[in-house]
Design a protein around this ligand. Sequence first.
Ligand code: ADP
Length: 493
Amino acid sequence: MASKENRRNTVSFSTIISLLLIISTVIVFTVLLFLSYESMLAKQMNNGKAEVDSTSYTLCEAINTALLQSNDPSVVNEKDIENIETICHLVSKNFNGSIYLVADDMTIVLSENPDNDLELILQDVIAHNGEVQVTRLTEGKTYITSGYKVEQLNLWCISSSYIDRGLVFTEFRSVILIPAGIAVLFAIVLFVLAIQLTFAPVREMSKTIKKVSEGDYSVRVDKRYTDASDLRSITSAGDIVTMAATLNEMIDKLENSESDRQIFISSIAHDIRTPLTSINGFVTAIMDGTIPPENVDKYLGLIKQEINRIRELVVSMTEASSLSHVDPDVMENFPLNEVITDVVDNLEPQLSEKNITCEVRLSDDPDANMCRGEAQQLCRVIVNIITNAIKFTPDNGKIIVSTVPNKAENRVEISVEDSGIGIPAEKRNRIFESFYKVDSSRTREGFGLGLYICKQILAGHGQTIYVDEGKELGGAKFIFAFPMAPDDKWDIV
Ligand code: ADP
């Protein structure tokens, strides 16, 4: 439910962001287009005004000059009228508009290319003493009119042209609107594509997380989104690529811990079921008389052994879960050489049982002797490793225990090598996992927890353990280290 709601929120959030961006882009573009249309119109208007004004002025000047050159400037004769008509005709040829000679009482004395319904406009110009007038008419035309008066004739030389806003818009559409529209469309397509590409890894991650939450640990975020050099990753932010890669690592860990958990549970179940089955069999046989009374004690002994085995398992498991942290209060300095010698001495019965020789090569460097940690637990590590060496070494074999100080790293390195069966290279990392046994058929020999416990104890002391092939004896060689005691803490507690 919650995940569905989250997904819906994410979708609506990204949709709202995309919509807002698209709407604001469209608004900005519309305003820009409107402004450019207005500036186009204003430019045409200014050109028109200049043209109209200069035409009226030219006409007026030409008529004044013609009158001045007349034989009798005080009288307007036919010749003068002819000249004026010619002037009007010539001027109109170079002018894309109408030309009028108008008396004060609005009588049109002469006109070239006259337009309909101009009375109002002419009146307006005359009323404003010939100043340029802009008159907007309903059918989309805007008239520009200007006039200059020929005082001698008491006539207004008026020129007029118009701007057809429809035509301006047609020009605007083909020069600006269509290219801009295509550009905006292209930008929106690119934008949507970019959003899709940017959010693609996020969608992929959310799909993956959903599957993991449903218990499917086999899914991973596609490599295209986690590989920074992939084209799909280049289009998304670097942080998202890192996030996708980290998510995959997290799922890897989850998958591993899930499989560890399953192995852990099935191993416990197996290690408890086996002795329980034996106990059940013995008890049933005792109860139904299959085991004769004289043998009951022997079978009770076996039942006790099996119960002890279950108890050991429970103790080992409890310990294993609490070993990776060492309480500083229980830390102490202890002499390593003595601990090793004691352990080997105590294991003497097992060693002699298999006639195994144990050679102890201890460093005589006093620094390599004094270690610091939880002595009992570290002693247990040595016991476990040497016990394993004895267990996996055939009769008449050999074990070498040696110590070497590593002052640079402030620790003493301990190795236990045996002439036993060794551990195949591919299994050397796995033997430190809980319940892992190289040969699972040897079910009765240990729980597969000994090395796991060693690893936990050493980890609690900031140390590691690994196994290699023993070069001297040919079996397994375990190498681990104990922390060296600092110089000022050499007083044995
Ligand atoms: P176990 O209680 O089964 O011995 P451990 O954790 O101590 O559990 O060891 C895990 C497995 O590692 C053993 O089952 C064995 O297969 C392998 N192993 C440990 N020590 C040695 C060794 N010295 N030589 C060969 N195999 C070993």
